[in-house]
Structures are given as C-alpha cells and as structure tokens.
Design a protein. Structure first.
Lengths: 234, 308, 393
C-alpha cells in the first residue's frame, strides 16, 4: 500500500466478490486503494472484469461480497437511489463507446446529467461552465451541432466534457482510446490527465493498451486479482 | 416550422371562407290603405275607379291616344305591373302581351270569366301554318267585349267582386257604386237597343272589324271595312266600297274616330254619312269611358232617327 | 422545462417525420368520426331544411326521390313531364297556391328553372341587382350562378343543347339577364330562373317569327289561299327575344297541355293540406303528390344507417392504427436500449426514463388531440358553408 493511499484514499476496496446473475463471470478484488489526486491506469486482458470494476466503484453495480468505498462513501451499502445520487454528483464517467445521445446537440449531451437527476440544478452558471470546459477541450464551436455529425475524436471530447461538467472528484474512464486512431489516442489521454490535474480530481483509466501506461503515475495490473470464468450454467 | 406554417395557411384559408350568414329575410310587404290596381284598357280603368273610389288607385300605363290592344309594354312597365296589388285582364285575348310577361298569377284576374262562352271569333282573321305545328292564327278572338253592354255589366260585376275580395271591409261601398254603374250601363244599353230597333234591318258599315259585340248584341245588319279615319281611301278601296254598297246599301259608316273632312265629303257624295262610335279602348283625350259611350249612343240615336 | 419533458421534446423534434406521421394518424383517428358525424348531421340538416320548407309537390307518377331531388335541389335528371293543367287543378281546388316548376334545361352547367314570380316570394328570394324577369326571354340569375358565369343585369346567357346532336330539338335561346338574386345559401343560388312560358319557348312550344303577311317574309311563303298562308322552314324564327320582336312571340295549342316537371303546392292551412293530399289517392290517378320532408327523412334514415357502418369501420381502423402506433413505440424503445442504458449508468432513475418515454407518447397524443380539436372547431364553424357549397355544386 502506497503512502499516499494511506493518507486520503478516494477508492477503497476490501474483499470484493461479484458475479452477474447465477453461475456467470466472477470478479474478485481482495484489496485496492487509490489515493486522492492519483492518476491510475488499470490494465488487463479483455473480459477480465475491468469495466465491472469501474461500475462497482461508481455504484452502478453492487458486489455480492466485500465493501467498496468511493470518495468516503460506502457505495456498496447504499440503495439504488442513493447510489445514483452519489454517482451523478461525485463521479464523472467516460464510457468505452462514448455513449452520446445521437439526437441531442453537443451542449445537450454535455448537460445531460443535469436533466436526469434532481440533485443537479441546471442554471446559467452551469451553462457557462459547460461552455468554458467545452472551449477548453476544443469543442467550443461545436456546441450546437448534433452528436452524430462529429468525428470520433470530437465525440470523445464531448464525452469527457460531459464527465467534467458536474465537477466530480473522481473521473472513471473505460477504454477511452479504444475506438480512436493513434493521434487521437494521445490527445484524449492528455486531455484526461490535464483535466484531472487541473481540477485536482482522481483519475482511473481502464485500458488494454500498454503503450499508454508510462503516462500514468501508477498502473494496476488486473491479472493480479483472482478472477476466473465461472462454469456455464446447465 | 414547416408544420407550423402549413397549419397557419390552412387556418387562413378556412378563415377566408365567409361564415354562414342568415338568408336575408324577405322584405315585409307594407300594405298601403289604397289598393293599387293596374288595368289593360279604359273600360276596366273606368269600372275600377268608379267602383273602388278613394279606396283604389287605378293605373292604365298605355299612353293616351294609343290603342292598348296593340300596345306592348316594355320591361320596365311590366315591372310596374308586377308591383300592383291587382292586375285586371279584359279577357277574350285582349292585351295578349300578358301571355308574354311574368306577372304574379295570384294577383292577375280575368274579368271575363263569367262570359267566356260568349266570346266571339274575330271576322277576317288571317291564319297561317308553318312546320309541324299545323295551322294557327294570331289574335283570332274579338276582344271589344264591352261594346255589348250586358257583357260590360258582367265585367263590372267581376271587377267589384275582385275589389271586395281584396278589401272586404269596403264591400258595401263597392256594391253601392257597382249598382249605380250598372244602372248607367243598363240605361245606355236600353237606349242602344231602342235605337237599333228603330234602325230595324237598315244596312250599316263599320270602318274596322272591331264592333263584333255591338253588332251581335243589337242585331245590326252590318259589314266591316278596313279604313283608317285619317288616311284617304285608295281608289281600290273606293271600288271595294262600291261593290259592298251595291249588295249592302248602307247609308251610315260608323268610324272609330272623326274621319278627315275630305273622306266625309267623299262619302256624302256617295250617299253615305259618317258617324263616330269610339270603341274607347284607350284613355280618351277628354272625359272617360261612360262619357264617350254616352256620346256614342247619342250619335247612334241621331243616326237611327235620321234613317227613318 | 423539466428534464424528462425537455428530453422528450428533443427526441420528437429530431424525429420529425416519425412524429408527424404519428400525430397525423392520431389526429385522423380522433377527428374522422367527429368530422363524419358533423358532415352527415349538417348535410342532413340542410337537406331536411329545404324539404321541410316545401309543403307539397305534385308530379308525374314515378320515383318520389327523383321528383324531390329534381324539384328542390335541381339535381338528378328531370322527372317525366306532366301537363300544366295539373297546376291549374291545384289552383282551382282553392286549397293551395300552385307554383309550376320546369327543370328540364340547363345553361352553361346551371339548371334553368321555369316557374312563376310566386316562387321568389315563397322561397324568400331577394333581388340584389336589377329586377325580377318581366318579359319572355328574361332570366333572373342565382347569386352563385351569376358569380360563376360572371353575369350581371344586361348580360345574356344562352341555353345549352340537350344532346350533342340536338339539331332539330329544343331552342337554344339567348336569354337576357334582368337581375341577380342575393345569396340564399340554398340550391336557388346555382339556378337561372325564367318564367315557365320562357321554358316553353326553349322547348319549342312557343316562338316568334316574321309576320307571314309582311313583304320581308315573302320568300318564306309557299302559298296563300284566302285567309290561309303556308310558310316554309326558311321563315326566320328568333332565338333571342328582344323588345322589337317580343310581340311576334306566341304559343301553339292549349297552354294547359304544355309540360311542367312538377308543381309546388303551398296549402292555405293544415286542413287544406290534408284535403289536397286526399285528392290524389285514386288508383288511376296519373300524378302523385308527395311530402318532400317525408321523402328526405327516408333518404336520411338510409344515410344515417350507412353512417353507423362507416363509423364502425373507422373504429376498427382506428383500433388497428393505435395498435400499430403502440408497436412503433415499443420497437422504438427497443432501438433506444443503449440510450436508456446510458441514462441509467449516468444516474437516471428508471422512473425518470419511463417519464421521458411517457412524455413522448403524451406529447404526440396531446398535439394530435389539439389538432383534432381545432379541426373539429373549424369544421363546426365553417363546415356548414362548405357543405352548402358541395351540395349546391
């Protein structure tokens, strides 16, 4: 365990065991800590449960066993409503395939969290902040454009902007470079690192791309955790 | 945006259709106290005015001096007839222009209904035929029915009945006036009958074939010419007269109007005297129908006396 | 705007075509039964009003409906003609006023209705320009006919031949427009009224020609014998009645034998109406007397029966349409599975997403309902005039 993790852990996992339904894939993480402000890359082969780990940290899923504490909150022990409320205010999510809403504009996609949960109030200050973040990321002049009319790199930037607009203390990015060309990969990773640094946010990036690992302060190797595919149900 | 525009256009189109409006109510007729009666000749005008008195306004649109039987009103005059409370027809084909115009049938009265069976065919009618319709003629009925004063009395009674139906509140006045008029007409009829009796079978000539009813009623021995009082006869017409007189030695020629002096003189040279018997179909220059008939009867009596 | 409503609106606005189709379909489902009902009710009311204002109709034995349609609405082929003497018979009964109708002819697509001045008074028709017809050959034009044919007092309009090869049949008479009627919002607006005698002239039963005795007609004379003159077909017959030739017009034969299409009988009172009806009950009676209101009631009963079937069909189609709309919605939700999952992952409650989807459905239904409401109001306010125009055309 690192010294920084001992001082102010944003993520603390103990004895985590998780499976989908009955007899499906089982994820086991005995122990994991990420300190505040750390930039961590999580590597592992495809299908090893990296996305599931992010979901458990964000409170999208709950483990059958163990404890997940995120930003000081035991999300594994909260009910669905509490987890959602926690997640939307404290965690910024960047999904593997961007997952923008195609029929919404760039600005509407960025402000989407504010339209789906009463905990976030949309006001002029929020709009201004969204426009500022978008401008900083380089999509300030695309705000009125429909998401379907953006390039892959621009779509990823919108996803990052959406994750940042609520000023989360934890940024979780699942394979953010998976669908991008090499040029855009570097740009997106730089963007994530710079954004997290600028806001003092903790960054956890799931990736299978080993070329990116030197950019991160710390790498967590998923193969270190005990995980095995379960027997197929009869 | 396109939808909104299309919708607005649709609304604008429908708004441009005039909203349903009530059909205008027909103008309410304002019955005046005076009955407005239009007639087709002078006898009817006289009868209606005499019988109706102050309760009627009688109009004969044909200009005075014009024979109404040959007059056809223009469209504007017909429109005036349409506005009348009553239109009195003389029957017997008189003023057959009525068949060529539109008049409110309920307000048109044929005052000859009582003597329709006694209407005579006009002498000397030209018939013609063309096409599949066969033979037909124009103006085949004699229409100066009032010259038979008994028919005139029946006509006057019909006028009175019509006025009574229209204004029953004045019936007693109408009947009273009718009685006085009938008395006058009966007196004239008596005078004419007496004069005709004095003439016995004396041959008479008439200038025009419009005296059928006078001739028939009083059994006159008469022949009709086709002479105009203001047109000197042609040599042919003199020859025709001579031929007629040869068989029908008349001493009197009864004219519709005063003949020219030269005609009168030429006739006198031939032993024929001229007497005016105005049928009075149209409005006279002076006087009225009864006055004209009285003058006619006086002259006829004088001729009958002189013929003894 | 709240989040679910805003997202619902953005979805609908983006999928304009699909939204428009759904709105249109639901609008039609909502409006069609109402509109049909309004149409049938208003049509029935207008048809019935015309019939109810016409107490009795006398015509040749045959289809009562054809007689009523031809005489009241100037639609349908003219009924078989009967003698004008039947009009005189009604008048002579002193139970009703007889108004003859002659509806055989047309002029430039409009019915030429031969009648008397009493018709104008009976129908409450007012002359807006000019005056009623006065002399033979004049006509009084209905408001819509005048507008359609661009006629005003002083103009002329010529009757149409009955058939293309009408070489030796009815007269093509050029009629002078004496006046134009004010709109009455009835079939009278589409008609051209003439005196019934003018209709007889068109039928060839009356005519005007050169005086056979005049020198100008000498070339048309075949022979003269005493008082009889026989003319040949070159005798000039007039096809327009003018002040100059009016006096030459005349009719052949007894006017009582001339044809009319029907006689409108206006009874003096209820007792007279009943008595008049009773005079036409003999089995050997050549003519019939009908009560137009009763005939129209029979027709409308049939129409209303048909309407029930049509409404039932509309209901079935509507149900099928709603099922299809529902299917479209469910398929669309399935297609949006990833979008819904994203919303959940970001933090949206399932109820929030359900509310958004429901708002889309409600919005479509609300807009369709509003449109149907507007259409209903419009058809209620202006449908009467449109139906009148349709019925009159």
């Amino acid at each position: 365990m690192s010294d920084t993790a001992k001082t102010d852990p944003v993520i603390q996992i103990d004895g985590l065991r998780f499976r989908y339904g009955e007899g499906e894939f089982e994820l086991a993480v005995p122990e994991l800590e990420v300190a505040r402000g750390e930039h961590v890359a999580v590597v592992g082969p495809s299908g090893s449960g990296k996305t599931t780990l992010l979901h458990l940290i964000a409170g999208i899923e709950t483990p059958q066993e163990g404890r997940v504490e995120t930003a000081g909150t035991a999300v594994s022990e909260l009910d669905d409503a509490a987890r959602r409320s926690f997640r939307i205010q404290r965690v910024g999510l960047v999904f593997q395939e961007f997952e923008l809403i195609d029929h919404l504009s760039v600005l509407d996609n960025v402000l989407l969290p504010y339209r789906i949960h009463p905990a976030l109030r949309l006001d002029e200050a929020t709009r201004a902040r969204a426009e500022e973040i978008a401008a900083g990321i380089g999509i300030g002049d695309r705000l009125g454009r429909r998401a379907t009319r953006l390039s892959q790199g621009e779509r990823q930037r919108v996803a990052v902007c959406r994750a940042l607009v609520a000023q989360p203390e934890l940024l979780l990015a699942d394979e953010p470079t998976g669908n991008l060309d090499p040029g855009n990969k570097d740009r997106v990773v730089d963007l994530l690192l710079e954004s997290a640094e600028a806001r003092g946010a903790t960054l956890v990036v799931v990736t299978h791309d080993h070329d990116l690992l030197p950019r991160f302060a710390r790498t967590v190797d998923f193969t270190a955790f005990q995980s095995a595919p379960s027997a197929l149900t009869a | 945006m396109i939808r909104a525009f299309s919708f607005a256009s649709f609304v604008a189109f429908l708004l441009s259709c005039s909203p349903p409006s009530e059909a205008p109510a027909p103008e309410a007729a304002t019955p005046s106290s005076q009955l407005r009666v239009f007639v087709v000749n002078e006898p009817l005008r006289y009868f209606a005015a005499r019988i109706g008195g102050s309760h009627v306004e009688v109009v004969l649109p044909a200009p005075s001096g014009i024979d109404p039987s040959t007059w056809t009103p223009d469209a504007e005059t017909v429109a005036a007839y349409q506005s009348a409370d009553l239109v009195l027809r003389s029957g017997a084909g008189y003023a057959d222009w009525v068949d060529l115009v539109s008049l409110p049938a309920a307000r048109v009265v044929d005052t000859s209904a009582a003597y329709r069976q006694r209407v005579r065919q006009r002498a000397g009618t030209v018939t013609h035929q063309h096409g599949p319709g066969g033979e037909h003629s124009h103006g085949e009925l004699a229409h100066t029915t009032w010259l038979d004063l008994q028919l005139a009395i029946l006509q006057a009674a019909a006028v009175a009945d019509t006025l009574v139906r229209a204004r029953p509140e004045h019936e007693s006045a109408f009947r009273s006036e009718l009685a006085a008029l009938v008395a006058d007409l009966e007196a004239l009829d008596g005078q004419l009958a007496a004069a005709a009796q004095e003439l016995a079978d004396a041959p008479l000539l008439f200038s025009h074939p419009v005296y059928d009813y006078l001739i028939g009623r009083y059994a006159l021995n008469a022949r009709s010419l086709d002479w105009e009082p203001d047109a000197p006869p042609t040599p042919r017409q003199w020859r025709d007269l001579a031929a007629v007189v040869h068989e029908h030695p008349a001493r009197w020629l009864l004219w519709e109007a005063e003949p020219l002096t030269e005609i009168e003189r030429a006739l006198r040279e031939r032993g024929i005297e001229s007497v005016v018997f105005d049928p009075c179909g149209g409005t006279p220059e002076d006087g009225d129908f009864l006055g004209v008939m009285k003058a006619n009867v006086a002259r006829f009596e004088a001729a009958s006396t002189a013929s003894e | 705007m709240s989040g679910p409503l805003y997202l619902a609106w953005r979805y609908l606005a983006h999928h304009r075509a699909k939204t428009a189709i759904l709105v249109t379909a639901i609008t039609l489902i909502a409006f069609l039964p109402i509109g049909l009902n309004q149409l049938v009710s208003e049509s029935g009311r207008q048809l019935a009003a015309r019939a109810q204002s016409t107490p009795l109709l006398v015509g040749e034995r045959g289809s009562r409906l054809d007689l009523v349609l031809a005489s009241l609405y100037f639609a349908s082929d003219p009924p078989a003609a009967m003698r004008y003497a039947e009009a005189e018979r009604v008048d002579a009964s002193e139970l009703a006023t007889a108004i003859p109708l002659h509806v055989r002819f047309r002029a430039r697509g409009h019915s030429v209705v031969g009648t008397t001045l009493e018709y104008l008074e009976f129908r409450g028709l007012r002359v807006a320009a000019g005056r009623p017809m006065a002399v033979l050959g004049e006509c009084l034009v209905g408001a819509a006919a005048a507008r359609d044919l661009e006629l005003s007092p002083g103009d002329t309009v010529t009757t149409s031949p009955e058939t293309v090869f009408d070489l030796a049949g009815t007269y093509r008479l050029r009629m002078r427009v004496a006046g134009v009627l004010a709109p009455s919002h009835t079939p009278d607006d589409e008609a051209i009224f003439v005196d019934v005698k003018t209709a007889w002239v068109i039928e060839g039963l009356g005519h005007g020609h050169q005086d056979v005795a005049s020198p100008g007609a000498s070339s048309a004379v075949l022979k003269r014998e005493d008082d009889r003159v026989t003319a040949n077909a070159s005798l000039v017959e007039y096809n327009e009645i003018t002040p100059e030739n009016l006096a030459s017009f005349h009719f052949h034969g007894d006017l009582a034998e001339h044809p009319v299409s029907a006689v409108l009988a206006v009874p003096r009172d209820e007792k007279s109406r009943v008595l008049l009806l009773g005079r036409y009950t003999a089995p050997d009676e050549a003519v019939q007397i009908v009560e137009p209101a009763a005939v129209m009631d029979d027709l409308l009963a049939t129409v209303f029966t048909v309407r029930r079937y049509v409404l039932a069909a509309i209901a079935l189609v509507s149900a099928a349409t709603l099922v299809v709309a529902g299917l479209v919605f469910l398929l669309s939700v399935r297609l949006r599975r990833r979008e819904i999952e994203t919303l959940h992952k970001l933090g949206a409650a399932r109820s929030h997403v359900a509310l958004m989807l429901a708002a889309e459905v409600v919005a479509v239904i609300a807009v369709a309902g509003a449109l149907a409401g507007v259409l209903t109001w419009l058809s209620g306010s202006f449908g009467g005039a449109a139906i009148r125009a349709f019925l009159l055309s």
